[in-house]
Design a protein around this ligand. Structure first.
Ligand SMILES: [Zn+2]
Length: 350
């Protein structure tokens, strides 16, 4: 498969705004694989970056290519790369650790000092996948059979994030688990908790659309946050573990409030919201354990396996798929007030 010299890429730039630009197709280094995008999935970071670009709040001076959730086909690779066929479909683990820092050397690549950066935009600029062609390291590529549904395969990174949250929560077997968050992360984490054989999983959400999607996904114990406190208290008794996925202070409060004394709360948020200091009171009084969850890495292979073997049905999460040349409209839709869960972008020739 020969790559052309030029390709289209989505570009976010502080002065030029959000647009599709033409640029040179990159060449893979000796250890890299050149990929042709098949399908990408927008996540909350992408949408935040879009909104920051539109509003002029974006911090970098460079052009940023968004998106870290995608699948693609192999075009070519460097001379050190083995085990791939040209045209092969791969899921892409976006994690690209340094392999040298103390975390990488301690088998904690998800905490790598090079991957987790305070300058999120810079990480996007270096590794964004919303281009017709892009390069990744060979170890980032997970081959799957050609029969695998490419829309679902683009959700591997999102599912891996959910698996990481449940891993951070500890063994869930026999536990009563509460998951909160009216978004894809919340829905996927509730599903992941079910896969981990929790005794009962309650999903706490506050949007009609998300609650409907949860029902389509087979999540049965759905609790509307708009119920009265008394009603919620009756339903959410003896919660062992709570996982908050949205960064909402309100939902974090609910998790801390409804989890039992001595329980555990996992908090996962990409936002730097002002969490009320008064919530610490609940942690102290109930002797709760609070854990953070950020980037996955080791969970990616399991996510690929679950999707490729069709052991999870994530189809209800997909709101729509937009052609690559209409990528900017996909961002407009995902950041609009219209109810969406996962907006996908599909490349030509799919
Ligand atoms: Zn590292």
């Amino acid at each position: 498969m020969l790559a052309p010299l030029l390709m289209s890429s989505v570009s976010f730039h502080p002065s030029a705004g959000c647009q599709i630009i033409e640029q040179e197709v990159p060449s893979p280094s000796r250890s890299q694989v050149l990929l042709k995008l098949v399908c990408a999935s927008l996540n909350a970071n992408d949408i935040d970056l879009y909104n920051d670009t539109v509003s002029g709040r974006i911090k970098t001076n460079t052009s940023i290519t968004p998106c870290h959730e995608a699948c693609a086909t192999v075009v070519s690779y460097g001379d050190l790369v083995e085990g791939f066929d040209v045209g092969e479909l791969v899921a892409i683990n976006p994690c690209r650790p340094c392999w040298h820092c103390k975390y990488c050397l301690n088998d904690q690549t998800h905490l790598c000092l090079d991957t987790i950066t305070t300058n999120q935009e810079l990480a996007y600029a270096k590794h964004g996948m919303l281009s017709e062609y892009f390069v990744v390291e060979d170890y980032q590529c997970y081959p799957v059979g050609p029969e695998c549904d490419t829309h679902l395969l683009s959700l591997c990174a999102a599912l891996a994030g959910a698996l990481h949250r449940t891993n951070r929560a500890g063994p869930l077997l026999g536990k009563r688990v509460l998951v909160s968050g009216s978004n894809a992360n919340g829905l996927l984490t509730a599903l992941a908790a079910t896969l981990e054989a929790a005794e009962k999983v309650y999903y706490l959400a506050d949007s009609e659309h998300t609650i409907l999607t949860a029902m389509q996904l087979g999540i049965t114990n759905i609790v509307d946050t708009r119920l009265s406190d008394t009603h919620k208290q009756e339903i959410l008794s003896d919660i062992d573990i709570a996982i908050e996925t949205s960064g909402s202070t309100h939902l974090l409060h609910d998790c801390l409030y409804y989890v039992s004394r001595g329980g555990r709360v996992v908090y996962s948020s990409g936002k730097q919201d002002n969490v009320s200091i008064s919530l610490l009171y609940l942690i102290a009084q109930k002797e709760l354990e609070l854990r953070g969850a950020t980037q996955f890495d080791g969970e990616f292979a399991k996510a690929v396996d679950l999707i490729a073997r069709q052991e999870v049905n994530l189809l209800p999460l997909i709101t729509t798929s937009v052609p690559f040349e209409e990528s900017i409209s996909a961002f407009e839709l995902a950041s609009s007030k219209r109810p969406t869960i996962k907006v996908l972008i599909s490349a030509r020739n799919e």
